[in-house]
Design a protein around this ligand. Structure first.
Ligand code: EPU
Length: 337
């Protein structure tokens, strides 16, 4: 195991923020991970996955462990389902493409989401009417106290909207090592109701879509709306869509009769934060080398050289403005470090 000293984390976070890690280890085996924890019991540690859901605002003094565990394979197969396991350090989108090459269905709507497999359950990644929890079977995670591997089933994870046990009561106590997905091998269930997918399939003249077609449509929608972190630093949706009470929504609707919304229960309504931010006048606004994406107001962007503080300051200005104009609090989705 090789400890690197004073390295830049710029290429390890999709926002492209240039902060320094004092000590950095690339973890390529579970045995290495266990021995770091045994040998460096007291040292504080910072776990780095795909770096796609974080805003780094300072140098990292803790020992950075970059989870680089690789591998993916079929565990078992029945007539119409397959269980596949992927290690935490596998790139999410490459894994999704691999499942589609094998004609395994279930992850196609989650195509092109940045990040790695190991961090996907933490925030229950979701897009275009599908969430990770819909195909998640189980995951293996290292208990950082006992150094034993524990298995979490789908119900153990308490999945919610961009949430799981790993963001709540088990926060900081485990490192996810691998995830098992339950996918279909035939009679695939397509999720094409989400408006944009249907119109994209129509545009592509596809009337009987396959799972591969749905993936293509999702890729094309994402590419048209969301900036590619390779070109413009960003962390996808910076904020969560707020869930408000029906009463609060009635007040909003009085002033904004066309406010988009989704009913989530008989008491609660979800309002797109992108709409609140756009209506507050921030969409496409630039502040020097950072700003709000011009095609999707939920996404804050680093055009190159911005600091984590710059972006944090902008996010606070947006939160304050939305609160003042709409009386709605919007919460960051990304982890602020
Ligand atoms: N909207 C605006 N202005 C904007 C953006 C959106 O008015 O700048 C309105 C749209 O008109 C639409 C509504 O907001 O009525 C919803 O927009 P969209 O379908 O683009 O989805 P979203 O709610 O903005 C969520 C996820 C995305 C995911 C998309 C598609 C969250 C926080 N974000 O965005 O996830 O790709 O749905 O399913 O739930 C991510 O988490 O990083 C991410 C990109």
């Amino acid at each position: 195991m090789h400890i690197q000293h004073n390295i830049s984390l710029k290429n390890y976070n999709t926002f492209g923020i240039d902060v320094n890690a004092r000590q950095f280890i690339s973890i390529t085996s579970v045995a290495d991970l266990k021995s770091v924890y045994s040998a460096e019991r007291k040292a504080s540690k910072f776990i780095l996955g795909g770096g796609s859901n974080m805003l780094l605002t300072k140098d990292i003094e803790a020992l950075v462990l970059h989870i680089n565990l690789k591998g993916k394979h079929i565990i078992s197969q029945t007539e119409d389902h397959v269980l596949v396991k992927a290690s935490a350090g596998e790139n999410w989108h490459e894994f999704v493409l691999w499942t589609l090459e094998n004609n395994f269905g279930g992850l196609e709507n989650l195509s092109l989401i940045p990040g790695n497999v190991g961090t996907s359950p933490i925030q229950n990644i979701g897009a275009y009417g599908v969430e990770l929890k819909d195909t998640f079977h189980s995951c293996d995670a290292l208990n950082l106290e006992t150094l034993k591997i524990e298995t979490f089933t789908n119900s153990d994870c308490n999945f919610g909207y961009r949430n799981s046990i790993f963001k709540e009561e088990a926060k900081g106590q485990y490192i996810i090592l691998s995830v098992v997905f339950n996918l279909t091998t035939k009679n695939h269930v397509l999720h094409t109701k989400y408006g944009a997918i249907n119109s994209e399939l129509e545009r592509l003249n596809i009337t009987k879509p396959t799972i591969q077609d749905v993936s293509k449509a999702v890729i094309s929608i994402r590419q048209s709306k969301l900036p590619d972190p390779k070109d413009i630093g960003n962390s996808g949706s910076f904020f969560k869509n707020p869930i408000i009470t029906k009463e609060a929504f009635s007040r909003l609707e009085r002033n904004f009769p066309n406010a988009p919304h989704y009913v989530v229960s008989d008491k609660n309504i979800k309002v797109p934060a992108g709409w609140l931010i756009e209506t507050s006048g921030f969409k496409g606004k630039t502040f020097g080398n950072y700003g709000v994406h011009k095609k999707q107001a939920l996404v804050l962007v680093n055009y190159g050289g911005a600091s984590g503080h710059d972006i944090l300051k902008l996010s606070k200005l947006i939160q304050d403005t939305v609160l003042r104009l709409f009386d709605i609090s919007i919460e960051a989705e990304v982890n602020i470090i």
